[in-house]
Design a protein around this ligand. Structure first.
Ligand code: SAH
Length: 363
């Protein structure tokens, strides 16, 4: 049996392990700081631990590193990282995932970060699963199906790999908007978020992390209560009839259930939920749809992020013309709903929203 990666453990789990070994629980924090903050690869380098503990650790755990197999650079400075993962413990299948590193400038949505050294915002988009089982027709990742869940080490490993690539810049934001449905891999995602936000870990402010969900309603109140990161919900349509066509999971969790889940747990002060809305010509982009969206979100602390649809071969949708998107945004704003338009990045290297897909290696 191969040893477990210590980066898969939460602090509570490692404290439990320390107790079993007859060690004080505070050792867990020291170990985790070596692993995540200092980034050491060998337990023997953990200078403030007793030798017997270092030996026990080395006999029990490993510390793996994700290294990108390729890094593709887009004309706009966006970089796409491809990782090959070891076979998972659950599915046993080889898997590949992608992450996207997106430079930008605050307050200047049109700034192309062609010189990554000069950007003041660097967003990393990471995957939570290899492939995705949600089946949204307008998303290329859905075509892969679900290959397997990622382990916490594989989620935070994408951040470490991107950080070393980003030097001398630092990541400013992390979004779980790559491959997969984060709330369908709930425990691993929450464990990874603990590591990313803890001061013994990556010490990234939860305000700078956003998790995007297709709308798995039962998991949403729990997620809001258990984490402090931002939540984005892929709404995409104002009626069940329209949404059911785009997002199959709407048949299990229709809009009423989804929005009730968003209202169930009070949001912390000043926090809002982002509703993502991909703009598809003739599907969901009419003036009446904008007005229906205003009514649907009435009373919620919400903002809307309109996403120009990024095409891929055989998708069977047409992107809304830019003028339509601007008009749709204007209607939302006229009714007091804050709305932004997401800039498509990395299109030429298939790194934009909904374009991530890695073909399965032939069996
Ligand atoms: N499973 C999560 C994360 C998906 S990716 C979720 O559903 O939210 C983040 C966003 O990109 C989602 O809102 C998703 O619906 C959107 N998206 C998917 N395919 C797209 C495409 N081809 N063009 C633009 N946005 C897309």
């Amino acid at each position: 049996m191969s040893p477990r990666d210590i980066q898969d453990l939460s602090r509570a789990e490692l404290e439990g392990w320390c107790l079993e070994q007859g060690e004080a629980p505070y050792r867990a924090r020291q170990i985790l700081a070596w692993v995540h903050r200092q980034g050491v690869r060998r337990f023997d380098d953990m200078a403030n631990l007793p030798k017997r503990l270092r030996e026990r650790l080395a006999a029990t755990f490993c510390i793996e590193r994700l290294e990108p197999a390729t890094v593709a650079l887009a004309a706009d400075g966006t970089r796409k990282l491809l990782f090959h993962l070891a076979p998972g413990t659950d599915a046993g299948s080889p898997a590949a995932i992608e992450s996207v590193l997106i430079p930008g400038r605050k307050g200047d949505p049109d700034a192309f970060g062609t010189n990554p050294g000069a950007c003041d915002r660097l967003t990393l988009c990471i995957s939570s699963q290899a492939g995705c089982g949600m089946g949204c027709g307008f998303c290329a990742t859905a075509r892969m199906g679900l290959v397997r869940n990622l382990a916490p080490a594989e989620i935070v490993g994408q951040v470490r790999a991107a950080q070393s690539l980003a030097v001398p810049d630092r990541l400013t934001n992390v979004v779980l908007m790559g491959m997969g449905e984060p709330l369908a891999n709930y425990d691993a995602v929450v464990a990874a978020l603990e590591i990313l936000t803890a001061e013994w870990g990556y010490a990234i402010s939860p305000r700078r992390i956003t998790v995007s969900t297709v709308g798995l309603a039962p998991a949403i109140p729990r997620f809001i209560a258990e984490t402090r990161v931002n939540l984005a919900v892929s709404l995409h349509a104002p009626t069940d009839r329209q949404r059911g066509r785009l997002v199959p999971v709407n048949r299990r969790y229709p809009l009423a259930a989804l929005l009730a889940a968003c209202r169930e747990v009070p949001l912390p002060r000043r926090k809002r939920i982002t509703f993502e809305y991909v703009m598809l010509a003739g599907e969901n982009d009419a003036d009446a749809d904008a007005r229906a969206l205003v009514r649907l979100l009435h009373g919620l602390r919400a903002k809307v992020n309109l996403i120009p649809w990024n095409p891929f071969p055989g998708a069977g949708f047409t992107p809304s013309p830019p003028g339509r998107i601007v008009r749709f945004q204007a209607i939302l704003r006229q009714h007091g709903l804050s709305a932004t338009i997401r800039e498509s990045r990395g299109l030429d290297i298939q790194a934009a929203c909904g374009q991530l897909a890695v073909s399965r290696p032939a069996a």
